[in-house]
Design a protein. Structure first.
Length: 320
């Protein structure tokens, strides 16, 4: 039986599978294409660009002459420095993951003028949108399994503590105050957000970027986690909580989920509110920035997420 009983916040304003403007296979340097084909073991006959997400790096399923499929990501160190660094970090984190973590494996990578990742191709789909109970349950199952396997984090993998990494996010409330003076309880919300260090500490490798375009559902209904760019060391329940934001906005009764999942049911209500205040301030401040040409839907995505978090927080705190 579906737990979807709330009225959705508002329709998600972004086309789920067409949010990124990415490099295409034909525009990669010839020598780089030749290198990738050698690693794939066969000439590429088709490149299916993965247009979800919000970054412009190359990300395609490559179909080879021998029928094999490969998922490859690439970014130029010179022209796309920030994204190349992101892919470099992803290779480092993927390479350290235990084999049992539900995630596609890193098969090979190149770190030269381009950072290139060859990642296991999985026959799978992204979660349905609007979110459905079965997809959310599969994701939360995977996040619980992942938290178990990554507590403590893999030996030798240096990670920033969550409190240190996320402390600047509370500064977004200054921009929110300027852009949205109509919101009530702004001082209260900012004060909550600035208590983030009280709740995010822990000894788990936390993904930190769990959203539908970073999740795959395989043929058996099992969820896999993708895009391990920026994990931190933090609390085991962080990702499970973050996974509820979009489902809440699309009508899932996530309060029932909070009460039923083993990583969430014992989290103090105040800790949930602190996390919501952090997310609301971050998203509502980021959405006021200029729209990047390579990601035309990013600000709409952030605005919707921020409004979902704010409405949820206001409801929980009794703010009118």
């Amino acid at each position: 039986m579906s737990r979807t009983s709330r009225t959705p916040h508002a329709p998600y304003p972004v086309p789920h599978e067409a949010t990124a403007r990415r490099l295409e296979w034909a525009f990669l340097p010839p020598n780089l294409r030749a290198y990738v084909e050698r690693r794939c073991g066969s000439p590429v006959v088709e490149a299916i660009s993965q247009t979800s997400g919000f970054t412009p790096g190359f990300a395609s399923v490559l179909v080879c002459e021998d029928g094999s499929r490969h998922f490859v990501k690439a970014a130029s160190v010179k022209a796309q420095r920030l994204f190349a660094e992101s892919y470099r970090e992803e290779a480092r984190k993927l390479g350290a993951l235990p084999a049992d973590v539900p995630a596609p494996r890193l098969l090979w990578h190149l770190d030269d003028d381009w950072v290139v990742l060859g990642i296991e191709h999985v026959e799978a789909r992204t979660p349905h949108r609007p979110w459905r109970d079965d997809d959310l349950a599969a994701l939360l199952d995977a996040l619980e399994e992942t938290a178990d396997l990554l507590t403590p984090p893999p030996a030798g993998l240096e990670l920033v503590d969550a409190a240190e990494d996320m402390a600047p996010l509370a500064d977004g409330w200054a921009a929110v105050r300027e852009a949205r003076p109509d919101l009530p309880h702004l001082d209260d919300a900012e004060a909550l957000a600035r208590r983030l260090d009280e709740v995010v500490g822990g000894d788990t490798m936390v993904h930190t970027d769990v959203r539908s375009d970073n999740v795959l559902i395989d043929a058996d209904g099992r969820a896999l986690l993708c895009d391990w760019n920026w994990p931190v060391r933090g609390c085991a329940w962080f990702d499970s909580f973050a996974a509820l934001i979009a489902p809440r906005g699309e009508g899932i009764d996530v309060d029932a989920v909070l009460a039923s999942r083993r990583l969430l049911r014992d989290v103090p209500a105040e800790s949930i509110d602190i996390m919501l205040a952090m997310y609301a301030g971050y998203f509502l401040s980021q959405c006021e920035q200029s729209v990047p040409p390579t990601s035309p839907h990013l600000r709409d995505h952030q605005r919707w997420q921020g409004e979902v978090c704010w409405a949820w927080l206001a409801e929980r705190r009794g703010w009118s």
